[in-house]
Design a protein around this ligand. Structure first.
Ligand SMILES: C[S@@+](CC[C@H](N)C(=O)[O-])C[C@H]1O[C@@H](n2cnc3c(N)ncnc32)[C@H](O)[C@@H]1O
Length: 303
């Protein structure tokens, strides 16, 4: 176990009260501290978690938060969430055990995570995290593939140069949205969650979602997920009034989507700059995207 944090954390709401499902509470509360221990959250209080954990050593949040520009990208090895990949998985299990403690029986936890490329090795993080989640007592509920459509890691050039066996490294266009459930009575809402429109039947109804990433330089964080992704998870897996948790809050996309949809939000991050950013963004929420993507297929002849 290698979590080691000097930061004691700044608490935005010093006296949180235990709350029951549907009870009133602050619309949002953000804490600058590691989420391995979320003492401000009572047992069985959160309906849903929507989060994307740190990507092991892929992104140096510490450098990014202090510089606020593009120098974050692989300037230095990011090891705060685990020196080795095994340490990383241990730390993930620690945080998601704590998430399980604070989750209502039958409540959900959605983790957005992609495979990790590091020093010419490819780490199957989503698969191994799934195993850890089962080990700590979560039930596997659903896997959704997030197809980024317009973004991703470009690698196919290798095969274009050498179109031979053994040179196939496809572009990585996806991340997984892994949905887990805490054992207990299923939680089912009474209100209509979503319109059954074209967006639903052509995209949301399937377990491959087509959502463009956040355009570069629009949010001052290295890896925000799209608000639309958080919105879908929030309306599909929680009800109005519920408290939604993001233990790795970042720019606050989960909080923005939660508040816009009548939920409350509790968030944690170790970088004070990101807590400030998230607070600013919930105070002045960004306008909704004007368009969503739906897939269309065409036939091509086989050569
Ligand atoms: C992948 S980013 C989350 C991005 C977020 N989903 C968004 O849309 O902006 C992971 C975040 O976890 C934070 N973090 C890293 N270690 C942490 C820890 N132990 N506890 C809480 N937050 C942590 C990082 O500062 C970073 O902002």
């Amino acid at each position: 176990m290698t979590l080691d944090f000097a930061n004691n954390g700044t608490i935005t709401d010093p006296k949180p009260k235990p709350r029951k499902r549907g009870a009133k509470g602050p619309r949002y509360r953000f804490y600058c501290q590691p989420s391995e221990k979320m003492r401000q959250c009572p047992d069985s209080s959160v309906a849903l978690t929507v989060t994307s954990p740190p990507y092991w050593n892929a992104i140096d949040y510490d450098i990014h938060a202090r510089s606020g520009d593009d120098v974050w990208h692989r300037e230095r090895e990011y090891t705060a969430f685990g020196d080795t990949f095994e340490d990383y998985l241990v730390n993930i299990a620690t945080v998601f055990s704590e998430v399980k403690r604070v989750t209502l029986d039958g409540g959900f936890c959605a983790i957005v995570i992609g495979t990790i490329l590091h020093k010419k090795r490819h780490y199957p993080a989503p698969m191994l995290i799934t195993q850890r989640m089962l080990d700590i007592g979560w039930e596997f509920h659903q896997d959704i593939v997030w197809n980024k459509v317009t973004g991703g890691v470009k690698r196919a050039g290798v095969f274009i140069q050498k179109p031979r066996s053994g040179y196939y490294y496809p572009n990585i266009m996806t991340e997984y949205i892994l949905v887990f459930r805490k054992p207990g009575e299923p939680r089912r809402g009474r209100e209509k969650a979503l319109e059954i429109d074209q967006l639903f039947t052509r995209d949301i109804a399937n377990n491959v979602w087509h959502i463009a990433p956040v355009p570069p330089k629009t949010i001052n964080h290295p890896c925000p997920f799209p608000e639309e992704l958080a919105r879908r998870l929030i309306v599909l897996y929680s009800d109005a009034g519920d408290e939604i948790l993001d233990p790795f809050l970042g720019s606050g996309q989960t909080a923005v989507a939660a508040l816009k949809n009548g939920r409350r939000c509790v968030g944690y991050d170790i970088e004070a700059e990101y807590i400030d950013l998230a607070r600013e963004r919930v105070k002045r929420p960004p306008p909704p995207r004007q368009f969503n993507l739906i897939p269309r297929f065409e036939k091509v002849e086989i050569n």
